[in-house]
Design a protein around this ligand. Structure first.
Ligand code: DP6
Length: 368
């Protein structure tokens, strides 16, 4: 982690005095899924993935650094958080504090306020938009800047899927091995948000939080599912097919590969010991509704993460027909439609007007 973090630190440079910054990031849903890690500490995925950014599901995060050495204040959706949730955010802030010390302008404790603008009761709170917004706001609040690829690598250290939310449009995240043997991952934008006007309809079936976190769930799968080897062998072909389907705006092909990838993931979790079955009854009914729509000539495709809610892609022209089919499935609470979203953005940035920032004893640094 240390060596990796300092490689990133070298790619972040000072531009301003530290202050406060607010960033907004969209969530994303993978069409080719990541599941499993080759390096848990650095959150390097074991498989490549490719996502579509979701415009209507955003997180806005404000980070303000002080020069004091005290605990961070972390407020999520208006609620001060502690414990593991806060520790995960503070560990992330420490990476930027490390860069700030290296650049002789150390920042201290942070106040972090994050709000999810997700459809009501959707149960879709996402670490992807959360850590993408946190990464962008933290770097700017520390008076620094960097390129989107470095920002994506930073966001990945908070949550792997967050790396994809930095770029917007259609984005892949692919693991690779460095010359020394260490694993790393790189992001690439496959297509912009303007490339393909798609609708993503989120069928909300259960709005409660997931019973198990992604990291332990992935570890259980890689240790116990007999199909994990096949999963590792097959993602490359899925990624190529998905890239081609997006380039050709071919929804039929996209449906085939996206559903295949999602169902393989759920086959893995179902065949883990003990099993993890994320679908509820209505999840299966929604999949059947999608297949019925397709056999009657309406092109659409589903995908599902580690939870019961199903996301359905279709063209804008078919949105109402698909929405009405999904709404009529028993057990579907709401259907929320969204479009393809853009990259993370800094929505405000205030440099301390008094210029006194940085005087006194800062965490990890000396007097200025
Ligand atoms: C099923 O990115 O939430 O959504 O890296 O442990 O934070 P961590 O996991 P996370 O896992 C996402 C898994 C997935 C598939 C995907 O988004 O590719």
């Amino acid at each position: 982690m240390k060596a990796h973090a300092s490689q990133l630190e070298d790619r972040i440079h000072p531009v301003d005095r530290p202050a406060a910054a607010t960033a907004r990031a969209c969530s994303n849903v993978a069409l080719v899924k990541y599941w499993g890690k080759v390096d848990e500490v650095r959150r390097v995925p074991a498989t490549g993935s490719l996502s579509i950014t979701l415009a209507g599901l955003t997180t806005e995060t404000t980070v303000a650094f002080s020069n004091r050495d005290e605990p961070d204040l972390i407020v999520l959706d208006g609620r001060p958080v502690g414990g593991r949730e806060a520790a995960r955010v503070s560990a992330f802030l420490d990476l930027i504090r490390g860069a700030s010390v290296q650049q002789d302008r150390p920042v201290g404790a942070a106040s972090v306020r994050s709000v999810n603008y997700f459809p009501t009761a959707a149960g879709l709170a996402s670490s992807a938009s959360g850590f993408a917004a946190l990464a962008a706001a933290t770097v700017r609040a520390a008076g620094m800047d960097t390129d989107p690829d470095t920002l994506a690598s930073l966001a990945r250290l908070g949550s792997a899927s967050a790396a994809r939310s930095i770029h917007g449009g259609f984005v892949e995240l692919v693991p690779f091995q460095r010359a020394g043997g260490d694993w790393d991952a790189r992001t690439a934008r496959v297509a912009t948000e303007e490339h393909w006007d798609l609708r993503v309809l989120v069928s909300v079936i259960d709005s409660r939080y997931k019973p198990i976190g992604s990291t332990p769930a992935m570890a259980r799968t890689s240790a116990t599912s007999p199909y994990y080897g096949a999963w590792l062998d097959s993602w490359g072909a899925d990624l190529t097919e998905c890239r081609e389907a997006i380039a050709g705006r071919d929804l039929e092909r996209l449906a085939s590969v996206a559903e295949h990838s999602a169902l393989k993931l759920h086959a893995l979790t179902t065949t883990s010991r003990p099993p993890m079955q994320f679908f509820r009854g209505p999840s299966l009914e929604v999949m059947h509704a999608v297949w019925d729509l397709r056999s009657s000539g309406t092109l659409c495709a589903f995908t599902a993460d580690a939870g019961p809610n199903i996301k359905v892609l279709c063209s804008p022209d078919d949105e109402e027909r698909v929405r009405s089919a999904l709404t009529s499935v028993n057990g579907v609470q709401t259907v929320q439609a969204t479009t393809v979203g853009g990259p993370v953005e800094i929505v405000s940035h205030d440099v301390d007007p008094t210029g006194v920032w940085g005087r006194g004893k800062a965490r990890g640094g000396g007097d200025e």
